[in-house]
Design a binder for this molecule. Structure first.
Ligand SMILES: [Zn+2]
Length: 280
Protein backbone atom coordinates (compact mmCIF):
# COMPACT_ATOMS: atom_id res chain seq x y z
CA UNK A 1 0.00 0.00 0.00
CA UNK A 2 1.17 3.47 -0.81
CA UNK A 3 -0.34 4.82 2.37
CA UNK A 4 2.54 3.79 4.54
CA UNK A 5 6.28 3.82 4.38
CA UNK A 6 8.49 1.51 6.33
CA UNK A 7 11.44 3.24 7.89
CA UNK A 8 13.59 0.47 6.52
CA UNK A 9 12.71 1.30 2.97
CA UNK A 10 11.64 4.98 3.25
CA UNK A 11 10.32 4.75 -0.23
CA UNK A 12 8.50 7.67 -1.71
CA UNK A 13 4.83 7.89 -1.19
CA UNK A 14 2.73 7.42 -4.26
CA UNK A 15 -0.77 8.78 -4.32
CA UNK A 16 -2.37 10.43 -1.39
CA UNK A 17 -4.93 9.50 1.15
CA UNK A 18 -6.34 12.44 2.93
CA UNK A 19 -8.75 11.98 5.71
CA UNK A 20 -8.62 14.88 8.10
CA UNK A 21 -10.54 15.29 11.29
CA UNK A 22 -13.41 17.02 9.50
CA UNK A 23 -13.87 14.09 7.15
CA UNK A 24 -13.71 11.64 10.00
CA UNK A 25 -16.23 13.57 12.02
CA UNK A 26 -18.41 14.05 8.94
CA UNK A 27 -18.60 10.33 8.40
CA UNK A 28 -19.40 9.79 12.01
CA UNK A 29 -22.24 12.28 11.96
CA UNK A 30 -23.79 11.26 8.65
CA UNK A 31 -23.57 7.51 9.02
CA UNK A 32 -25.24 5.04 6.70
CA UNK A 33 -27.15 2.64 8.90
CA UNK A 34 -24.68 -0.21 8.57
CA UNK A 35 -24.78 -2.48 11.58
CA UNK A 36 -21.77 -2.51 13.82
CA UNK A 37 -19.59 -5.54 13.23
CA UNK A 38 -19.08 -7.28 16.52
CA UNK A 39 -17.07 -10.17 17.86
CA UNK A 40 -14.50 -11.91 15.69
CA UNK A 41 -13.47 -8.85 13.75
CA UNK A 42 -11.35 -7.14 16.37
CA UNK A 43 -8.07 -7.91 14.60
CA UNK A 44 -9.19 -6.13 11.43
CA UNK A 45 -10.60 -3.38 13.59
CA UNK A 46 -7.14 -2.85 15.02
CA UNK A 47 -5.68 -2.43 11.57
CA UNK A 48 -8.37 0.05 10.60
CA UNK A 49 -7.97 2.04 13.82
CA UNK A 50 -4.23 2.23 13.25
CA UNK A 51 -4.71 3.33 9.65
CA UNK A 52 -7.11 6.12 10.61
CA UNK A 53 -4.67 7.46 13.18
CA UNK A 54 -1.88 7.27 10.61
CA UNK A 55 -4.00 9.22 8.10
CA UNK A 56 -4.74 11.87 10.69
CA UNK A 57 -1.11 12.29 11.74
CA UNK A 58 -0.13 12.46 8.10
CA UNK A 59 -2.80 15.06 7.33
CA UNK A 60 -1.43 17.14 10.20
CA UNK A 61 2.03 16.90 8.65
CA UNK A 62 3.55 15.31 11.73
CA UNK A 63 5.04 12.15 10.25
CA UNK A 64 8.71 12.36 9.37
CA UNK A 65 9.36 10.69 6.03
CA UNK A 66 13.12 10.96 6.09
CA UNK A 67 15.70 12.30 8.50
CA UNK A 68 19.18 11.31 9.71
CA UNK A 69 17.39 10.60 13.01
CA UNK A 70 16.09 7.41 11.43
CA UNK A 71 19.70 6.18 11.27
CA UNK A 72 19.76 6.28 15.08
CA UNK A 73 16.30 4.83 15.56
CA UNK A 74 16.39 2.12 12.89
CA UNK A 75 18.75 -0.43 14.53
CA UNK A 76 16.77 -0.30 17.77
CA UNK A 77 13.42 -0.45 15.98
CA UNK A 78 14.59 -3.38 13.84
CA UNK A 79 15.79 -5.35 16.87
CA UNK A 80 12.55 -4.73 18.76
CA UNK A 81 10.48 -5.68 15.71
CA UNK A 82 12.38 -8.94 15.37
CA UNK A 83 11.82 -9.80 19.04
CA UNK A 84 8.21 -8.63 19.28
CA UNK A 85 6.77 -9.69 15.92
CA UNK A 86 6.07 -13.34 16.90
CA UNK A 87 3.71 -11.98 19.58
CA UNK A 88 1.52 -9.88 17.26
CA UNK A 89 -0.15 -10.68 13.97
CA UNK A 90 0.29 -7.37 12.13
CA UNK A 91 3.71 -6.01 11.17
CA UNK A 92 5.26 -3.50 13.55
CA UNK A 93 6.34 -0.27 11.85
CA UNK A 94 8.15 2.61 13.51
CA UNK A 95 7.66 6.24 12.50
CA UNK A 96 9.25 9.40 13.75
CA UNK A 97 6.76 12.19 14.40
CA UNK A 98 7.41 15.84 15.15
CA UNK A 99 5.78 17.03 18.34
CA UNK A 100 6.90 19.26 21.18
CA UNK A 101 6.69 16.83 24.10
CA UNK A 102 9.06 13.86 24.17
CA UNK A 103 6.83 10.87 23.85
CA UNK A 104 6.21 7.55 22.18
CA UNK A 105 2.90 5.87 21.49
CA UNK A 106 1.74 2.74 19.77
CA UNK A 107 -1.59 2.34 18.02
CA UNK A 108 -3.49 -0.87 17.34
CA UNK A 109 -2.41 -2.48 14.10
CA UNK A 110 1.34 -2.32 14.74
CA UNK A 111 2.36 1.30 14.17
CA UNK A 112 4.69 2.79 16.77
CA UNK A 113 5.25 6.55 16.80
CA UNK A 114 8.40 8.00 18.29
CA UNK A 115 8.43 11.75 18.87
CA UNK A 116 11.71 13.16 17.56
CA UNK A 117 12.44 15.02 20.80
CA UNK A 118 12.40 11.71 22.68
CA UNK A 119 15.68 10.85 20.95
CA UNK A 120 17.24 13.93 22.57
CA UNK A 121 15.53 13.36 25.87
CA UNK A 122 16.64 9.83 26.76
CA UNK A 123 19.94 9.53 28.57
CA UNK A 124 21.10 6.36 26.90
CA UNK A 125 20.18 3.71 24.34
CA UNK A 126 18.67 1.40 26.96
CA UNK A 127 16.16 4.01 28.10
CA UNK A 128 14.96 4.48 24.53
CA UNK A 129 14.79 0.74 23.89
CA UNK A 130 12.92 0.20 27.17
CA UNK A 131 10.38 2.89 26.29
CA UNK A 132 9.74 1.43 22.84
CA UNK A 133 9.50 -2.14 24.18
CA UNK A 134 6.91 -0.90 26.67
CA UNK A 135 4.85 0.75 23.91
CA UNK A 136 5.03 -2.31 21.66
CA UNK A 137 3.75 -4.38 24.58
CA UNK A 138 0.59 -2.28 24.82
CA UNK A 139 -0.07 -3.36 21.22
CA UNK A 140 0.72 -7.01 21.96
CA UNK A 141 -1.73 -6.89 24.89
CA UNK A 142 -4.42 -5.07 22.82
CA UNK A 143 -4.55 -2.47 25.63
CA UNK A 144 -5.58 0.48 23.48
CA UNK A 145 -8.52 -1.21 21.82
CA UNK A 146 -9.66 -2.58 25.19
CA UNK A 147 -9.49 0.88 26.76
CA UNK A 148 -11.32 2.52 23.85
CA UNK A 149 -14.03 -0.14 23.94
CA UNK A 150 -14.50 0.45 27.64
CA UNK A 151 -14.81 4.18 27.12
CA UNK A 152 -17.16 3.81 24.17
CA UNK A 153 -19.42 1.56 26.21
CA UNK A 154 -19.80 4.30 28.79
CA UNK A 155 -20.55 6.77 26.01
CA UNK A 156 -23.05 4.45 24.34
CA UNK A 157 -24.97 4.26 27.58
CA UNK A 158 -24.99 8.05 27.72
CA UNK A 159 -26.04 8.82 24.16
CA UNK A 160 -28.23 5.80 23.58
CA UNK A 161 -28.40 3.84 20.37
CA UNK A 162 -27.46 6.63 17.96
CA UNK A 163 -23.80 5.77 18.10
CA UNK A 164 -24.54 2.17 17.26
CA UNK A 165 -25.78 3.00 13.78
CA UNK A 166 -23.72 4.07 10.83
CA UNK A 167 -19.96 3.99 10.95
CA UNK A 168 -18.09 0.83 11.69
CA UNK A 169 -17.06 -0.03 15.19
CA UNK A 170 -13.39 0.39 14.24
CA UNK A 171 -14.11 3.88 12.95
CA UNK A 172 -15.84 4.88 16.17
CA UNK A 173 -12.97 3.49 18.20
CA UNK A 174 -10.47 5.30 15.98
CA UNK A 175 -12.25 8.61 16.58
CA UNK A 176 -12.16 7.94 20.30
CA UNK A 177 -8.47 7.09 20.08
CA UNK A 178 -7.61 10.26 18.15
CA UNK A 179 -9.09 12.32 20.95
CA UNK A 180 -7.04 10.50 23.57
CA UNK A 181 -3.88 9.78 21.65
CA UNK A 182 -1.68 11.69 24.06
CA UNK A 183 -3.49 10.99 27.27
CA UNK A 184 -4.39 7.34 27.37
CA UNK A 185 -5.03 6.60 31.00
CA UNK A 186 -4.20 2.98 31.50
CA UNK A 187 -4.52 1.50 34.95
CA UNK A 188 -1.39 0.89 36.97
CA UNK A 189 -1.71 -2.85 36.42
CA UNK A 190 -2.02 -2.47 32.66
CA UNK A 191 1.09 -0.28 32.70
CA UNK A 192 2.92 -2.76 34.87
CA UNK A 193 2.05 -5.63 32.54
CA UNK A 194 3.39 -3.60 29.59
CA UNK A 195 6.59 -3.06 31.59
CA UNK A 196 6.96 -6.79 32.22
CA UNK A 197 6.32 -7.87 28.62
CA UNK A 198 8.45 -4.92 27.49
CA UNK A 199 11.33 -6.17 29.60
CA UNK A 200 10.97 -9.64 28.03
CA UNK A 201 11.03 -8.10 24.55
CA UNK A 202 14.02 -5.93 25.47
CA UNK A 203 15.91 -8.91 26.87
CA UNK A 204 15.25 -10.80 23.64
CA UNK A 205 16.77 -7.90 21.65
CA UNK A 206 19.86 -7.92 23.84
CA UNK A 207 19.23 -4.34 25.01
CA UNK A 208 19.50 -4.08 28.76
CA UNK A 209 15.93 -4.16 30.15
CA UNK A 210 17.05 -2.12 33.16
CA UNK A 211 16.70 0.87 30.82
CA UNK A 212 13.05 1.26 31.76
CA UNK A 213 13.87 1.26 35.48
CA UNK A 214 16.58 3.88 34.86
CA UNK A 215 14.11 6.08 33.02
CA UNK A 216 11.71 5.97 35.97
CA UNK A 217 14.47 6.65 38.44
CA UNK A 218 15.94 9.57 36.49
CA UNK A 219 12.72 11.50 36.84
CA UNK A 220 11.56 10.24 40.20
CA UNK A 221 12.20 13.55 41.94
CA UNK A 222 11.31 15.81 39.03
CA UNK A 223 8.68 18.44 39.81
CA UNK A 224 5.22 18.08 38.29
CA UNK A 225 5.20 20.33 35.26
CA UNK A 226 8.81 19.51 34.53
CA UNK A 227 7.93 15.90 33.91
CA UNK A 228 7.66 15.17 30.21
CA UNK A 229 4.40 13.83 28.95
CA UNK A 230 5.91 10.43 28.40
CA UNK A 231 6.25 9.98 32.13
CA UNK A 232 3.26 11.95 33.32
CA UNK A 233 1.09 9.65 31.18
CA UNK A 234 2.93 6.74 32.67
CA UNK A 235 3.60 8.10 36.14
CA UNK A 236 6.47 6.87 38.16
CA UNK A 237 5.28 4.29 40.54
CA UNK A 238 7.46 2.31 42.89
CA UNK A 239 5.08 -0.61 42.41
CA UNK A 240 6.05 -0.74 38.73
CA UNK A 241 9.76 -0.62 39.48
CA UNK A 242 9.33 -3.29 42.17
CA UNK A 243 7.35 -5.50 39.80
CA UNK A 244 10.09 -5.23 37.19
CA UNK A 245 12.82 -6.04 39.69
CA UNK A 246 10.87 -9.04 40.96
CA UNK A 247 10.40 -10.24 37.39
CA UNK A 248 14.15 -9.95 36.78
CA UNK A 249 14.93 -11.87 39.97
CA UNK A 250 12.46 -14.63 39.18
CA UNK A 251 13.99 -15.22 35.75
CA UNK A 252 17.74 -15.19 36.29
CA UNK A 253 18.41 -17.17 33.12
CA UNK A 254 16.94 -14.33 31.06
CA UNK A 255 17.84 -11.26 33.10
CA UNK A 256 20.85 -12.34 35.17
CA UNK A 257 23.33 -11.30 32.52
CA UNK A 258 22.17 -7.67 32.48
CA UNK A 259 23.84 -5.03 34.62
CA UNK A 260 21.55 -2.93 36.83
CA UNK A 261 24.13 -0.15 37.08
CA UNK A 262 23.49 2.89 34.84
CA UNK A 263 27.25 3.15 34.43
CA UNK A 264 26.96 0.21 32.04
CA UNK A 265 24.59 2.17 29.77
CA UNK A 266 25.40 2.76 26.11
CA UNK A 267 25.47 6.45 25.20
CA UNK A 268 22.86 7.45 22.65
CA UNK A 269 24.07 10.27 20.44
CA UNK A 270 21.88 12.04 17.91
CA UNK A 271 22.90 14.80 15.53
CA UNK A 272 21.74 18.23 16.72
CA UNK A 273 19.15 20.02 14.59
CA UNK A 274 18.83 17.05 12.26
CA UNK A 275 16.79 17.97 9.18
CA UNK A 276 13.39 16.35 8.71
CA UNK A 277 11.30 15.81 5.59
CA UNK A 278 7.64 15.32 6.31
CA UNK A 279 5.27 12.86 4.71
CA UNK A 280 2.66 14.76 2.72
ZN1 LIG B 1 2.21 2.62 28.91
Amino acid sequence: MAREIKIMTTRKLVGSVLMGTATLLGLLTVGNARPLPRQGQSQDDELQMGQEVFNELKAKGEIVESSPLYDQLRPIADAITKAAQPRYNHPFKFYLVHETQPNAFATPGGNVYVVDSLLYFVKNREELAGTLCHEVSHTIHHDTVTLMEKQKKIEEREVGAAVLLGPTRAHILAIALLGKLHSLSYSRDVESQADITGSDVCAATGYNPWGLVWLFQDFKDAKIGHIPQLLSDHPNDQHRVDALEQHFQKNPSVFGKFNSDTKSATPFVVPKDAPEVFLR
